[in-house]
Design a protein around this ligand. Structure first.
Ligand SMILES: Nc1ncnc2c1ncn2[C@@H]1O[C@H](COP(=O)(O)OP(=O)(O)OP(=O)(O)O)[C@@H](O)[C@H]1O
Ligand SMILES: Nc1nc2c(ncn2[C@@H]2O[C@H](COP(=O)(O)O)[C@@H](O)[C@H]2O)c(=O)[nH]1
Length: 402
């Protein structure tokens, strides 16, 4: 639990002369893992409140300001913290509902270790905890003009509740019929470069002279809707996703011939002559890499469109006439201010009960973390949050088992 050790509690009350700018308003928790004490509390940066993290390294006796990655939780009416293991701390926000109550502060996960190496600084990363699991995303690659977008549109039209498109960012100019936020997030290069630096992208690549990238959020919002995410990205991007912690299905689409590819690109009429030639030049390398890199699980050959679409559906298990819709999002559990939190094995029990002379208010909530998956820079999925009313049926007014 997030009890501050004595030295820390004293220091927090005094306010840190050494520059620690966590506000001492009773909303801090401190957690000791190994030689490090993580202090998590409300901070104000540029007039906005947020939850900050600082680390006291007992070996060096110094405070460290870590690079904080991932999406931070918004401040709440306080929080409690529980160490799950050496890798992550579970933060439970007070006065929130189950959609926003559980956040993970990763302190030594694979992602954090990787980022620590890359950035050369101490790193922690936030990840929001959500109920339910997402199906593996589907990554579709192939040379420009082969028909990826056409196949994806067909899939989305036939199965609108099942699939969602990951809307990429790009620095290229929109085509006539393209809408910002629908086909792409059309972005200034400097803005995109800054966001890449801030760790907001799952993958990015320079493709045909422009920058393209998939933000972490683009994939997560699709999964939040309970849909399977489809990514239309080039081979470099597919390689990055393959190397990440995300489990996905990787499909490469090949054209029947280079001549047919050229014909399709020209017939689409969306590129200048110079751009068409550039895309055709790049497509040779892309096809070679796609076929030989070992990135892809499945290969489609897009000669006849209907046949290719049927093969795509087959490999996604959609060729049956009857299929089941994904389960609806689990119902939410309200999490008012609580009295105590304890960890028993893989369960965190939140006690929100108020003793009542007449009856015991049934408000014991369990948070099962045994099946959590994913994590920073995206969401941590697979949380099971439920009320434990049935266990309370036998309790008397003093919360004792009768
Ligand atoms: N099997 C096919 N036979 C003939 N034309 C096709 C076939 N598949 C797609 N097309 C056409 O080829 C053109 C290019 O297709 P599409 O835009 O889907 O390619 P893409 O792979 O998404 O390209 P990009 O990577 O540049 O976005 C479109 O005009 C589309 O209608
Ligand atoms: N690595 C990524 N590649 C992407 C992404 N979004 C699209 N693409 C690929 O770019 C080319 C060109 O697309 P176009 O829309 O300009 O024709 C194509 O191969 C796409 O697959 C992305 O987010 N990351």
């Amino acid at each position: 639990m997030g009890e501050a050790p004595a030295f820390l509690a004293d220091e927090l009350q005094k306010g840190f002369p050494n520059g620690l700018d966590l506000k001492s308003n009773g909303c801090e928790t401190s957690i000791v893992i190994g030689q490090k004490t993580y202090v998590i509390g409300e901070t104000s940066d540029e007039s906005t409140l947020s939850i900050g993290v600082q680390i006291f390294d007992q070996c060096s006796g110094e405070w460290v300001y870590p690079t904080v990655l991932g999406t931070k939780p918004k401040p709440s009416k306080g929080h409690s913290a529980v160490v799950l293991n050496e890798e992550r701390i579970l933060i439970i926000k007070k006065g929130s509902n189950s959609d926003d109550c559980a956040w993970f502060l990763e302190v030594d996960t694979q992602y954090v270790r990787q980022q620590r190496k890359i950035l050369g600084t101490e790193v922690v990363a936030w990840s929001k905890g959500v109920s339910g699991n997402a199906e593996k995303p589907v990554v579709i690659s192939g040379p420009s003009g082969v028909g990826k977008g056409t196949l994806i549109s067909m899939l989305m039209k036939e199965f609108p509740t099942m699939f969602g498109f990951s809307v990429s960012h790009t620095t290229r100019a929109p085509r006539g019929m393209e809408n910002d936020g629908v086909h792409y997030h059309f972005t200034e290069r400097s803005v995109m470069e800054k966001e890449i630096k801030d760790g907001k992208f799952l993958e990015f690549a320079s493709v045909h002279g422009n920058l393209y990238g998939t933000s972490v959020e683009a994939v997560e919002v699709v999964a939040d809707e309970g849909k399977r995410c489809i990514l239309d990205i080039d081979v470099q991007g597919a390689r990055s996703v393959r190397a990440s912690s995300i489990e996905a299905v990787f499909i490469f689409v090949s054209p029947p011939s280079m001549a047919e590819l050229e014909k399709r690109l020209r017939a689409r009429g969306t590129e200048t002559e110079e751009q068409i030639l550039k895309r055709l030049r790049n497509s040779k390398a892309e096809i070679e890499q796609g076929r030989s890199s070992g990135i892809f699980d499945h290969f489609l050959f897009n000669d006849n469109l209907e046949e290719c679409y049927a093969s795509l559906k087959k490999l996604l298990g959609l060729d049956e006439t009857v299929y089941t819709f994904p389960e609806s999002t689990p119902k939410t559990v309200d999490l008012p201010t609580f009295r105590s939190i304890s960890k028993i094995g893989n369960k965190v029990i939140i006690n929100c009960r108020t003793p009542d002379l007449e009856k015991v208010s049934k408000n014991l909530i369990a948070l099962d973390v045994s099946s959590i998956k994913g994590g920073a820079p995206g969401r941590t999925r697979g949380l099971d949050i439920y009320t434990m009313d049935s266990l309370l049926d036998g309790l008397d007014a003093n919360n004792q088992l009768s």
